[in-house]
Design a protein around this ligand. Structure first.
Ligand SMILES: *[C@@H]1O[C@H](CO)[C@@H](O)[C@H](O)[C@H]1NC(C)=O
Ligand SMILES: *[C@@H]1O[C@H](CO)[C@@H](O)[C@H](O)[C@H]1NC(C)=O
Length: 357
C-alpha cells in the first residue's frame, strides 16, 4: 500500500485517526497447513523510500510484540506518557527514529507474539529455527506483495532475544539467494544487546553487575572465588548462594491499553477472535533449539556480509562484557581501534571495527 511522505508525516501526527484511513498494517500467512499468520506494522522511510534500506525489525522475548519496536525502541511513534490521564493513550511523532533513513517492517514474531496467531493449536508450537523459517517465508511473500521494495538494500535487525533468530534468518536468506537466486538484496544485519550464547552472556553478568557498582567488591570477590569464575553452572552450594544474591514501567502499561482498545484494533484490522488479550510479552510454547548464535555469525560474516553489533551498557541479560567476549572469539582482525564517537559534541559511545580474513 503506497502513500506519499507527506501523508506518512500527517499519519504520524494525527496518529490514531489516521490509522483508520491509511492503515498499512497486515498479516502474512507463513504456514498454510497450520494456519500461522504473522502480523506486522510497516513504516516507509521518511526520506526516500525508493532508495533507502528496507529493514526487518524483531523484538526480543521470545514473545515480545514489535509494537515495542515501533513505540519504545527504534520507531517513529511514542506514547504520550506525560499527558496521560486515562482511557486511550495518545501517540506522538518521534523524530529520532530509524525510519528517518529506512523503511521498517516491525514483525510480531514468533507466532503467538502480539497479534500474530495460528488457527491450529499445533501452529503455536515453535522454535528458533522454525521462527527463522517462517520469517524467511514472510519475507518472500511480503516482497511479492510489495515488489517495489525488492531492489532496496535489505538488512535484518533486532535486539535482545532476536540475537538467536537474526543470524539464523540472515544465513537462510543468503543461502536462498546463492542457491536459487531468491530476490533478496541482502546487505547485512544489525543487532542490539543480542542474546547469543549462554556461556558468554550469563558468565558476563557477574563481572558486569560488579562493574556497574550494583554489587559490592566483597560480594564480587566471594562469588568469583566460590564459583572459580564459572557462573553458568554453580559447582557448589556457596557459589549457588552467592549467585542468588547477585540479582536484578509505565510506558509498557500504555501499550497494553492501546493495543486492547476496540477502536484501535478495528483500525489495525485485527482478525476478530484471534488474540483476545494482547500482551506486551507473551509466554510461548517455545523451544530454544539454537544453543549458540556464534557459529552463525562466523558463517555469515565469512561470506562477506557486514554486521553492526551495538550494546547499551545497562543490560544485565545481554551484558556488553559477554558481547565483546563472543565477538573477540571470532578472531576478527581489528582495523580501527576502540575509540569514542560523538553526537552534538558529547561522547555518545565507543566503537571498534573488525575485519574477517
Ligand atoms: C477506546 O478508544 C476510543 C477512542 O478514543 C474511546 O472512545 C473508547 O472509550 C476506548 N475504549 C476503552 C474501553 O477504553
Ligand atoms: C580463534 O583463535 C583461537 C586461538 O588461536 C582458536 O582456538 C579459535 O578456534 C579461533 N576461532 C575462530 C572462529 O577461528
Amino acid at each position: 500500500m503506497a502513500y506519499s511522505q507527506q501523508e506518512t508525516k500527517k499519519c504520524f501526527l494525527i496518529s490514531l485517526v489516521f490509522l483508520l484511513c491509511c492503515s498499512p498494517w497486515h498479516y502474512v500467512e507463513v504456514d498454510e497447513e497450520k494456519g500461522v499468520e504473522l502480523f506486522y506494522y510497516f513504516v516507509e522511510s521518511e526520506r526516500n523510500p525508493e532508495k533507502d534500506p528496507l529493514l526487518i525489525w524483531l523484538t526480543g522475548g521470545p514473545g515480545c510484540s514489535s509494537l515495542l519496536g515501533l513505540t519504545i525502541e527504534i520507531g517513529p511513534l511514542l506514547f504520550d506518557l506525560p499527558n496521560y490521564v486515562n482511557g486511550l493513550p495518545s501517540i506522538n511523532y518521534k523524530p529520532d527514529s530509524w525510519t528517518q533513513v529506512s523503511s521498517v517492517i516491525f514483525v510480531d514474531s514468533p507466532v503467538g507474539t502480539g497479534f500474530s496467531y495460528s488457527r491450529t493449536t499445533e501452529g503455536f508450537q515453535t522454535s528458533d529455527t522454525e521462527t527463522a523459517r517462517q520469517l524467511l517465508h514472510f519475507l518472500y511473500k511480503w516482497l511479492e506483495e510489495h515488489p517495489k521494495f525488492k531492489s532496496n538494500p535489505l538488512y535484518i535487525c533486532g535486539s535482545s532475544y532476536s540475537g538467536m533468530i537474526v543470524p539464523v534468518l540472515t544465513l537462510e536468506i543468503s543461502i536462498a539467494k546463492e542457491s536459487h537466486g531468491a530476490p533478496f538484496n541482502l546487505k547485512g544485519y544489525v543487532l542490539g544487546n543480542p542474546i547469543t550464547d549462554m556461556n558468554f552472556d550469563k558468565n558476563a553478568k557477574v563481572p558486569f553487575v560488579h562493574g556497574m557498582a550494583l554489587i559490592s567488591d566483597e560480594l564480587y570477590e566471594s562469588t568469583k572465588k566460590s564459583c572459580s569464575g564459572n557462573y553458568m553452572t554453580p559447582s557448589n552450594i556457596h557459589c549457588a548462594k552467592y549467585l542468588d544474591t547477585v540479582t536484578e514501567d509505565s510506558l509498557y502499561q500504555l501499550s497494553n491499553f492501546w493495543a486492547n482498545n476496540g477502536t484501535v484494533r478495528d483500525a489495525l484490522g485485527i482478525h476478530k477472535g484471534t488474540i483476545v488479550d494482547w500482551h506486551r510479552c507473551t509466554h510461548l510454547p517455545y523451544t530454544s533449539n539454537v544453543q549458540s548464535a556464534v557459529p552463525y555469525h562466523r558463517t555469515i560474516t565469512s561470506k562477506g556480509y557486514p554486521t553492526l553489533i551495538y550494546s547499551g551498557d545497562h543490560d544485565a541479560m545481554a551484558p556488553y562484557v559477554g558481547t565483546q567476549a563472543w565477538i573477540r572469539s571470532l578472531n576478527f582482525s581489528v582495523i580501527d581501534n576502540w575509540r569514542p564517537w560523538y553526537s552534538s559534541g558529547q561522547v555518545a559511545g565507543y566503537d571498534l571495527f573488525g575485519l574477517w580474513f
